[in-house]
Design a protein around this ligand. Sequence first.
Ligand SMILES: [Zn+2]
Length: 442
Amino acid sequence: MFLTFDRWEGQSPSLKFDRNFTSLGRQSNLIATVTDEGAGLKQVVIDLKLRNKTINLVNKQYSSPPIFYKTTEKNSSESFDLGKITNTFNQIREGPASIIVSAKDFSFRGLFGGNKIVIKKDFTFDFSPPKLEVLSGQHYIRQGGSECILYRVEKDTHVSGVKVGPHFFPGYSPQLSDKQIRFSIFAYHYDLPLNSKMTLVARDKAGNESRTMFRIKFFPKKFRHRRIHLDKQFLKKIIPKLTNKNPELLEEKDLIKEFVQVNNELRDLNHQTIKKISKRSSERILWTEPFSQLSQSKVESFFADHRTYFYKGVRIDHQDHVGFDLASVKHYPIEASNNGIIRYATNLGIYGKTVLIDHGCGLFSLYGHLSSISVEQDQEVNKGDIIGLSGSTGLAAGDHLHFGLFLQGIPVNPVEWWDRQWIQEHLWERINAIEKINRVGS
Ligand SMILES: [Zn+2]
């Protein structure tokens, strides 16, 4: 038998916070983890130092492991929820504060006193929610449509934007002389309950949140119902394009099952991909002119058409169509609907060969079912540039363009974005009005 050598280890305990912080609010979470990889923790003391007093948050002594211990017998790590502990002290006021963590281990070093660390972290207690001021007056939004709000935030605001039901639309800076101005372009998902709440929110770095209502009028919209009749020939054509199954080996009921699976699961997956890509949007509006509908095209399907699918007269599925189907001639050159940056230019499940253009501030256009793509990811395009040729790749019966617009990954009705006057009134006039007020004021 011999003494375990690591009781003489010289490695001090270490401290890690679960995040960087310079301020803490009332409901902040903050996990501190104290670790000793060597002989194990002997003592952890955590104090909160305020302007005129010190509060002890944690004082923990650990029992000594036996001299000949197994690694499982030592206390190598413990986490403390300092956010939760601090919340129990209601005498804490706003202002500067420090957290002081001291920890000792069971090493025989330091005259058997152990290796020791003392770490001090300064921060500020901030319990005041950031001020929020709405600058644009009356707002209007249609079911499935978009709207823009202008507002002013306080300097320490970390995130701000509009919440519509469960969806969040972040604010961006319009680059005006007043740096605290933000705008948020938000959408009312066509599928949301008609009384969904719309709130402007701002959160500071300490996690304090402000919420304010704003003047908005909501207009419900009726969407079309369409019956789509599928036949065996169509299923046999579609299934091998979207799955790796051989349709000749499938019975009729399995062909239907495969179609329903593609129409639901693959569709969802593709929309999740669009949502993920939307998060990488440019922080600036990349265009000035209104969006354009494909030239020489005829509308075959409208935004949010409710489609019920039948096979031999039996209802087998239901889906909503989140875009426009625009038909022209076969392999028609597809124009970019506005200036932007290509963020996606390859296959995307039900949409087949697909191009996604980022127009900035969360707005993306989608071009689906292309037969060929002539642009690459990260390439900049101008309105009217040819990005590929129309086709029938993916879940498409014939040659057409599926055109969709997404705001932070939420499908929106393109009609408003094709309308010069709508854009003028809802976007440019509101932003310009702010700069005018500033000019008068200065
Ligand atoms: Zn379509």
